[in-house]
Design a protein around this ligand. Structure first.
Ligand code: PGA
Length: 244
């Protein structure tokens, strides 16, 4: 794993946005895997600001988001799709047809998961996958467990993950859906290149375990150690338990 340290979230986000925009310029048909959550807010702000006025042509870029809540009303503002529209998609020249997203209100969620895997395959696979990490070491909604799912699947959320999302659900974790659809570990590991971002001291233990610990399904992000092209971008807080 290639580790890049930044003084704060702002510098990290700016550097990552530069890398994403350079990737789009070098490959206008880039297939981009995207996360939601607090950590990528700075990245999306930078991408919005620096893509404006058609500065960057997103028209052939394809995106696939990591996960989506199951069972929310299609009009719910808490869907990750709504988050992505507000934070990024509504502000850049992406073709809506090129936005890949899991539909958490699909009548048959297993069929929906298979559709998503096929769509990623048909796009030629993900070139660059951006990831956050949960304080419990999850990536996407691949939660710590004795076993992990390889492909896109219906996931039961840990209470800790529901608490981490509570701010978008009136502050009460019990309002956060119990299930979500998520890319699996193989879906993520199949990406040609992965950049994981982590900010804040509450991620320090998970970051330490992911990089310096043994590979374990109890810390799903540690499985990224087997991928040949992973960069981890951390701020001062998230890197405080790393040696060296
Ligand atoms: P966060 O979530 O960015 O809101 O901390 C990260 C994650 O759970 O993957």
């Amino acid at each position: 794993m290639n580790i890049e340290r930044f003084e704060d979230d702002e510098l990290l986000s700016a550097a990552l946005a530069t890398r994403v925009l350079e990737s789009i310029v070098a490959r206008p048909t880039l297939v981009l895997g995207l996360p939601t959550g607090r950590t990528p807010l700075g990245l999306y702000r930078e991408l919005r600001e620096r893509s404006g006025g058609n500065l960057i042509d997103w028209s052939q870029v394809r995106t696939f988001n990591l996960d989506e809540f199951a069972g929310l009303d299609p009009a719910s503002p808490n869907r990750y799709r709504a988050f992505m529209q507000a934070e990024l998609f509504d502000h850049v020249s992406i073709d809506p047809a090129n936005i890949g997203f899991l539909n958490g209100s699909a009548p048959d969620l297993k069929t929906e998961c298979r559709r998503y895997e096929d769509a990623i395959d048909q796009a030629g696979g993900i070139d660059l996958q951006i990831l956050g990490i949960g304080a419990n070491g999850h990536i996407g909604f691949n939660e710590p467990a004795d076993g992990l799912c390889s492909h896109t699947h219906v996931a039961e959320l840990e209470t800790e993950s529901r608490e981490a999302n509570a701010q978008w659900f009136g502050g009460d974790w019990r309002n956060v859906p119990e299930r979500a659809l998520s890319m699996g570990m193989a879906t993520i590991l199949n990406a040609r290149k992965i950049i994981l971002i982590a900010t804040g001291a509450e991620k320090a233990d998970a970051v330490h375990g992911m990089i310096e610990g043994l590979i374990s399904t109890r810390l799903p992000a540690s499985i990224l150690q087997v991928h040949p092209r992973v960069t981890v971008m951390v701020d001062r807080g998230a890197s405080q338990r790393l040696s060296g």
